[in-house]
Design a protein around this ligand. Sequence first.
Ligand code: HEM
Length: 383
Amino acid sequence: MQNGHGVIFSDGELWKATRRYTLASLRDLGMGKKRIEGKIQEELQFLVELIKSFKDEAFPLKTLTLATTNVAYGIVFGDRFDYDDETFLTLLKHVDDVVVLLGEPQLQVYNVYPFLGFLLKPHKMILDTMEKTRVILREYLAAGKKSINENLLQNYYDYMLTKQQSEERSKDRNLFHDTNIVAAVFDLVLAGTETTGTTLQWAILLMMKYPDIQRQAREEIERVIGLERLPTCEDRKQLPFNNAIVHEVQRFASILQQFPRCTAVDTCFRGYFIPKGTPVIPSLTSVLYDKTQWETPTQFNPNHFLDAEGNFVKKDAFLPFTIGRRNCPGESLALMEIFLFFVGLLQRFTFCPPPGKTVSDLDLTPEVTFTLRPQAYSTCAVH
Ligand code: HEM
């Protein structure tokens, strides 16, 4: 997909340098800090206005992804997009197509038997859509080269371009070439949007499915921060029930099941010898649904993260971002986003099934794409 460039699909020296610099740039751009909290709060207000405009009428859950996408895009491109901006909607559509196609069984067939490629379509469609996306991302790169001000780096492109310029000056390496920058941007556009958007959709679907939990969550919000003030990350400590819900949403939804890796060295694991270079596909669900770690692994149960007094408890087996050297670099951003959007939405709306559907009609069986998405339901948000 990326010809070994970027962060997700690269390895060796290029991966190390691109990942390290991506993490540093994300931190400089405010990830995990007040600055990004402010951006998320701002985006929350745009989302609230959009939802209000539906005037209690049903709207697709997918609408929520506009806001989470805009937070990541703010980091990558330096500014949020209007929700009806043509480039924004085109990028959303391309990413959506790629994510859906990545879940196609035919693609797995192609990965195992590439010589059957001439009979199969999804891999061609993915490559085609990725190229269309790159055309847009290259335009931003060209514009970034013209406007960059080394004393005022405003977005991820600026950081990557500074690195490119310093490599050119020192003539020592050439890792941050245009192809790698565009691939790394693509990775953030893909990994930073689909994941948080899907999680937020799950959260609201689960609140529709379990109205009592939704009511309790709202009562806690009303009691602790009221119905006016915007939520902050600090509120997490005072909102243990809401904090437990968002953790349980991530555990229960277990949205990322497959991320193919390979053994970096000869490895012995549970009595099996796995030679260096063998493809392995870790299963996160095996941890997030582990019977020895969770009381009711297959049920949505916020008590998994609460003690008898209702205090929030961390769990070692809560690993939706994985651990290790390749763990998710967007973890702190994602946790912030999910908490603030969730609390901010529940503070203002009650979410109910759309007309013609009852709570028992809501089916929690996921739709299999690259992520496990909730089914394409609509919701009514009563202000
Ligand atoms: C609910 C939200 C998210 C979840 C559940 C999630 C989960 C994951 C997982 C499981 C991996 C694979 C780690 C591995 O291979 O060991 C990953 C990788 C990655 N994620 Fe996330 N992620 C989320 C949000 C984000 C965000 C917001 C960003 C960007 C700002 C991001 C950027 C990345 C990147 C670049 C990688 C590749 C890391 C590497 O290969 O070195 N993710 N994520």
